[in-house]
Design a protein around this ligand. Structure first.
Ligand SMILES: [Zn+2]
Length: 254
C-alpha cells in the first residue's frame, strides 16, 4: 500500500476533509464502515477522523480502536485517525499514541481542559515531539474560545495547531496572524467567517472540515450527502479549491 506521504501530489479537484467523526454520540451510533462508504461516494480522497466513543473516557479506548479498524477495512488508507485525548491520558499519553494516529484532538467543551494548564501544555509538547498536529475544538465556552488558546499557540511554536471551527472568527484571525503554526478548519463555520479569513490573506491556513456526520443531529430530515455537497459548493464560491488539499497536506505531513 502506498504511504500517505506519497499521495500528496497536487490535484485541486480532490477533496480532503479535516474533520469527520465515527462512533457513539449521545444516542446515535455513527457506523465507521457506513461513514467511510459515504465519504468515498462523495469523492473524498482523504479524511481526518476521530471517534466520539473515546470521548466517553479511557475505558472506551479499545472499542475506538475497533472502530478505526472497521473504517480502515473499507477506507484502505484514506482515513487519517486522530486520537481524542481525554484528561485521564495525561502522564501516560505516549502509551495511547499508536502509529496509526496522525494527530491529536482535545475538546475542552466535552472535557475540563484549562487552556493554559500544564496538562494541555504536555499534550502540545508531545504533539511537537512526534510532529503531529493538535486539533483544538473552539467555541461554546470561554475556556475553549479561540482566543483562550493564544498563549498556548504562541508559546509552542513547534506544535502545529488546528483551531476546529475557528470560533469566534475574530479571535481565530488574531491567532492566525500572530502564529504561523496555526490552522483553522471550516467545520460549521459560516461562509462569511471563511470569507473574512480569506480577505485577511489566510487562504493558506484554512482547510475544509465537514464534521460529517454530525449534521444528522441538527438536520435529521435532510440528506447528509446533499448537505455535504452543498457546503462544498458554497465554500468553493468563497475560496479556491486548492485549500481543500494543499493546506491539510502541509499540516499533516511537513
Ligand atoms: Zn467535530
Amino acid at each position: 500500500m502506498p504511504r500517505l506521504e506519497d499521495l500528496t501530489t497536487f490535484n485541486p479537484f480532490i477533496i480532503w476533509d479535516a474533520h469527520v467523526h465515527i462512533g457513539r454520540f449521545q444516542d446515535i451510533y455513527f457506523d465507521p464502515i457506513q461513514i467511510a462508504l459515504d465519504l468515498i461516494s462523495l469523492g473524498v480522497q482523504r479524511w481526518v477522523v476521530s471517534s466520539t466513543t473515546l470521548c466517553e473516557g479511557i475505558g472506551s479506548f479499545n472499542e475506538s480502536l475497533g472502530e478505526f479498524d472497521a473504517m480502515e477495512s473499507v477506507a484502505l488508507g484514506c482515513a487519517i485517525p486522530f486520537l481524542w485525548v481525554v484528561p485521564e491520558m495525561v502522564g501516560k499519553l505516549e502509551n495511547y499514541i499508536e502509529p496509526r494516529f496522525r494527530g491529536l484532538k482535545v475538546h475542552a467543551r466535552a472535557h475540563r481542559w484549562s487552556p493554559n494548564g500544564v496538562a494541555l501544555q504536555s499534550v502540545a509538547r508531545i504533539a511537537a515531539e512526534r510532529n503531529i498536529p493538535l486539533k483544538l475544538h473552539t467555541g461554546g465556552q470561554l475556556r475553549c474560545d479561540a482566543g483562550a488558546y493564544y498563549k498556548l499557540c504562541r508559546n509552542n511554536v513547534n506544535t502545529k495547531f488546528i483551531l476546529a471551527h475557528g470560533r469566534p472568527v475574530d479571535q481565530a484571525l488574531v491567532i492566525l496572524k500572530e502564529c504561523p503554526n496555526v490552522f483553522v478548519d471550516t467545520a460549521f463555520m459560516p461562509m462569511d467567517d471563511v470569507a473574512m479569513l480569506v480577505r485577511y490573506d489566510m487562504s493558506d491556513r484554512i482547510f475544509f472540515g465537514s464534521d460529517y456526520p454530525l449534521d444528522q443531529l441538527f438536520y435529521p430530515d435532510e440528506s447528509l450527502k446533499t448537505r455535504y455537497r452543498n457546503s462544498l459548493k458554497e465554500l468553493q464560491n468563497v475560496v479556491p479549491n486548492t485549500i481543500f488539499k494543499n493546506n491539510l497536506s502541509r499540516c499533516l505531513f511537513e
